[in-house]
Write a protein that binds this ligand. Structure first.
Ligand code: CMC
Length: 391
C-alpha cells in the first residue's frame, strides 16, 4: 500500500526507542541516563559523562581509569593523515577538515568497520575517542599555521585537548583550571541531545552497517549547518555584526521579525524546547563567571544580554516560544578562551562525540533495521518517451 501521511522535518515522527537521553521541551528538562544535566555539568567530568552515555552507568574509579587508559593507547593518528591535512588550503573550514579526516581514519583502521561483537565495538569506540581530539587540535593548528603535535598522556582528557590545541612552539603549556572547567562543562552540555539532525544522521548511516567513523563523519557534516551546530559560529558573527553596526539591537530584532527578511536571530528557538533551554541557563551563568575569571571584557556579552531581554519581552518571540538555546552564549566563552570562531562548531562536535557513539552503539546492539523512510510521490504519471530531436 501507499504512504498516506508525511511529516516534513520529522516534527512528529519517532525514529527509535532510546534509553540514553530524556528531554521534556515543554518543561525544559534534560537528563542523560536519568541524571539531571544540571548535576552532571556541576559534579561530573566530561570523560565520566562519555562513559555514562555510552555504557549506561556512571563509572567507578577502576572503570574510568581503564577507559581512559584504553583511550590514551589510541591517541596517535597515522602520520599519513598529516599529509591529507597538508593538502587542504589554510582557508578550509575546520568542520570540512574534521569530517574528511574522520572519514579518512577508516582507511587507516580497517578493523573498525565490521564490528559485530561488543568487543569490536569497544575497540572502535576507544580508538575514535583517542584520535578525535588530535584531529580537532590539528584542524585548529592548521588554521593558525602552528606545527602539529601530540598530547601528553599524563593529562586529563580535556586538559590534553587544550594542550594539543594551544601549545606554542618553544613554550611550556600552562594549564588554566578556569579554562579546563569551563570547557569540561561546555562539552558535557553538548554531549547528547537525543534524535537531533546529526545524531539521526549517525544512526541512519550506521544502520546500513557502514563503520563507526564513516557514520560519525556524516554526523559532523550534518552538525556543520547554521540551523544546527553551525549556529554557535553564526551567533558570534551576528553579535559582532551588531556591534560593528553601532549596537542597535532593536534594529536587528525588527529584521528577525520581518517575514520578508531572511535574517533570523541566531541562537534563538529550538525544535523541541518551547521553554528555556536548560543548557542555555547553565551556559549563561558560566559565560559571566569565565569572562570575569579571565578578566575579559567583551562588549558582545552586553549585546547578547540586551537581545535576550528584548526577545523575552517581545510578542513575536513570546508567541512562538523562542528562547535562547545552547549556542547563544557558548561562542562568547569559546572566544574568551582564545578559540577562533571557525572552530566553534568543531568544539560542539568534540562534545557531541560520546552522544553520537552512544546512539550508534544502542542502534547496533538492538539490531535495528536499515533506516529507509517512505515518501508520497507527487510527480508526473507515465509519459511517452521522446527521442532527443523530438523534444
Ligand atoms: N528568529 C526569528 N524567527 C524565528 C527564529 C529565529 N531564530 N526561529 C524560529 N522563528 C520563527 C519562524 O520564522 C516561524 O515563524 P512563523 O510561525 O511565523 O512561520 C516560527 O518561529 C517557528 O519556526 P520554525 O523554523 O518552523 O521552527 P523549527 O522547529 O523548524 O526550527 C530552529 C528550529 C532551531 C531551526 C529555528 O528556531 C532556527 O532557525 N533558529 C536559529 C538557528 C539556531 O539557533 N539553531 C541552533 C539550534 S540549538 C543547537 C542544536 O542543537 O543544533
Amino acid at each position: 500500500g501507499g504512504v498516506t501521511t508525511i511529516d516534513p522535518g520529522y516534527k512528529n515522527t519517532g525514529s527509535c526507542e532510546s534509553a540514553i537521553t530524556f528531554l521534556d521541551g515543554e518543561k525544559g528538562i534534560l537528563r542523560y541516563r536519568g541524571y539531571a544535566i544540571e548535576d552532571l555539568a556541576e559534579k561530573a567530568d566530561f570523560l565520566e559523562v562519555a562513559y555514562l552515555l555510552i555504557f549506561g552507568e556512571l563509572p567507578n574509579k577502576e572503570q574510568l581509569d581503564k577507559f581512559h587508559t584504553d583511550i590514551k593507547k589510541h591517541s596517535v593518528v597515522d602520520d599519513d593523515v598529516k599529509k591529507i591535512l597538508d593538502a587542504f588550503p589554510k582557508s578550509a573550514h575546520p568542520m570540512g577538515v574534521l569530517s574528511s579526516l574522520t572519514s579518512a581514519l577508516t582507511a587507516f583502521n580497517p578493523s573498525s568497520v565490521n564490528v559485530d561483537s561488543e568487543e569490536d565495538m569497544y575497540n572502535a569506540i576507544v580508538r575514535i575517542l583517542g584520535k578525535f581530539p588530535v584531529l580537532v587540535a590539528w584542524a585548529m593548528r592548521k588554521k593558525l599555521g602552528l606545527p602539529l603535535d601530540y598530547g601528553d598522556s599524563s593529562l586529563g582528557y580535556v586538559e590534553n585537548v587544550l594542550k594539543m590545541m594551544f601549545k606554542q612552539p618553544n613554550e611550556d603549556y600552562k594549564i588554566n583550571p578556569i579554562v579546563v572547567d569551563a570547557l569540561d562543562k561546555l562539552l558535557i552540555l553538548h554531549a547528547d541531545h537525543e534524535q537531533n539532525c546529526s545524531t539521526s544522521t549517525v544512526r541512519i548511516v550506521g544502520s546500513s552497517h557502514a563503520g563507526l567513523f564513516a557514520s560519525l563523519s556524516a554526523g559532523i557534516s550534518a552538525l556543520w549547518g547554521p540551523l544546527h551546530g553551525g549556529a554557535n559560529q553564526a551567533v558570534l558573527e551576528m553579535l559582532e555584526a551588531i556591534k560593528e553596526d553601532g549596537g542597535d539591537t532593536k534594529k536587528f530584532m525588527g529584521k528577525a521579525k520581518d517575514k520578508e527578511d531572511p535574517f533570523r536571530l541566531m541562537g534563538f528557538g529550538h525544535r523541541v524546547y518551547k521553554n528555556f533551554d536548560p543548557r542555555a541557563k547553565i551556559i549563561k551563568k558560566s559565560a559571566d563567571e569565565v569572562l570575569e575569571d579571565l578578566g575579559v571584557e567583551d562588549p558582545i556579552l552586553g549585546i547578547a544580554k540586551g537581545l535576550e531581554q528584548e526577545a523575552l519581552n517581545d510578542d513575536y518571540f513570546v508567541k512562538r516560544k523562542l528562547y535562547p538555546n545552547v549556542d547563544f552564549y557558548s561562542g562568547i566563552i569559546y572566544k574568551a578562551m582564545g578559540i577562533p570562531v571557525e572552530m566553534f562548531t568543531v568544539m560542539f562536535a568534540l562534545g557531541r562525540l560520546p552522544g553520537w557513539i552512544a546512539q550508534w552503539r544502542e542502534m547496533r546492539l538492538k539490531k535495528e533495521p536499515i533506516g529507509r523512510p517512505r515518501q508520497v510521490y507527487v510527480g508526473e504519471n507515465l509519459r511517452d518517451f521522446k527521442t532527443i530531436d523530438n523534444r
